[in-house]
Design a protein around this ligand. Structure first.
Ligand SMILES: [Zn+2]
Length: 306
């Protein structure tokens, strides 16, 4: 299984991220001192063959060092598929993107517009999108959970971006939750779109007297009502587009125990072929599409990775 959404950060960012998560989900069993080794051990024990690692700068001064961090990680950990990022406030955005992709050999870029504080149609990002379109490398965007972030970005805005850059490959992380249908509309309309179901298959639940900041839907569990975050969209569509859908955990800032998340995915009531797509094959083909040389240095892992 490939986890297409992991956040190994440098320790100073990791501790902050875990503290932030635990303010919202106190019961998650993860310590703010969690290390790269801890994360890698958990992934290994959970049967994860490869993982995508995302970092993104909160301020312009952090862009290059974070990209370099992920470059070093990619050299140290040969089953890590590492992505870079940049901040809209960087004046040398084009150079930073080219360094990330061409010099550091990172797979693509990841952005979290809510946390990084920008609108995806911000004109400062035009050069970034044009460069990525020219280099034929993907951009992963955080989408969804607007109530939690106190921000708003709907599929309509992403549609404009995809229309402006028809050659740009975009991964819609979290499927615009709770507007999963909106994410599928974009998937059908734009052939360069992939979906990442991270958090949606987390089996996150909370009592109905909670705040429901994660916009769960009311479900019945042994007679009790709970708010649940889950894939309430058509399983037929999940199957039909499974060759363009990946999943991940967001570990160590996941909404649930990673084992629970992987079990939720593995027990989905879909065909074995579609399940293999979303758990492994789509991500593997995605890596091959953009960095075919990635697997060449990893022949042993490739065999054990299925
Ligand atoms: Zn994430």
């Amino acid at each position: 299984m490939i986890d297409a959404h992991i956040h190994i950060f440098p320790p100073y960012r990791s501790a902050r991220a875990v503290r932030w998560l635990k303010r919202s989900i106190p019961r998650v069993d993860v310590d703010e001192s969690i290390s790269e080794t801890d994360i890698l051990e958990t992934l290994d024990a959970s049967g994860i063959s490869y993982f995508f690692n995302y970092v993104y700068p909160l301020r312009p001064g952090e862009s290059r060092s974070l990209n370099e961090f992920n470059y070093r990680l990619s050299k140290r950990v040969n089953n890590a598929v590492c992505f870079g990022s940049v901040h809209p406030g960087n004046r040398d955005r084009k150079e930073i993107v080219e360094e990330a992709i061409l010099d550091f050999g990172l797979m693509g870029l990841k952005f979290h517009p809510f946390v990084q504080g920008f609108d995806i149609l911000d004109e400062r990002m035009d050069m970034v999108y044009a460069t990525m379109e020219r280099l034929n490398r993907p951009i992963v965007f955080h989408t969804g959970f607007d109530r939690f972030y106190g921000a708003r970005m709907g599929p309509d805005v992403m549609d404009k971006l995809l229309t402006r850059y028809p050659g740009l490959v975009v991964v819609i992380a979290h499927m615009f939750y709770p507007d999963i249908a909106g994410a599928f509309r974009l998937l059908k309309k734009h052939e360069n779109v992939y979906l990442d179901g991270t958090n949606i298959f987390s089996d996150y639940r909370e009592p109905v007297d909670g705040e429901n900041v994660f916009e769960g839907r009311v479900v019945q569990d042994r007679g009790a009502e709970e708010y649940a975050v889950y894939f309430y969209h058509s399983l037929k569509e999940l199957e039909a587009f499974s060759h363009r859908i990946m999943i991940g955990s967001d570990y160590p800032v996941a909404m649930n125990d990673p084992g629970r998340i992987y079990d939720t995915v593995r027990t989905l009531n879909i065909s074995a072929a579609s399940l293999e797509n979303i758990t492994e094959r789509t991500a593997r083909n995605f890596i091959k599409r953009f960095k075919p040389e990635f697997f060449q240095g990893n022949s042993v892992l490739q065999e054990t990775g299925g």
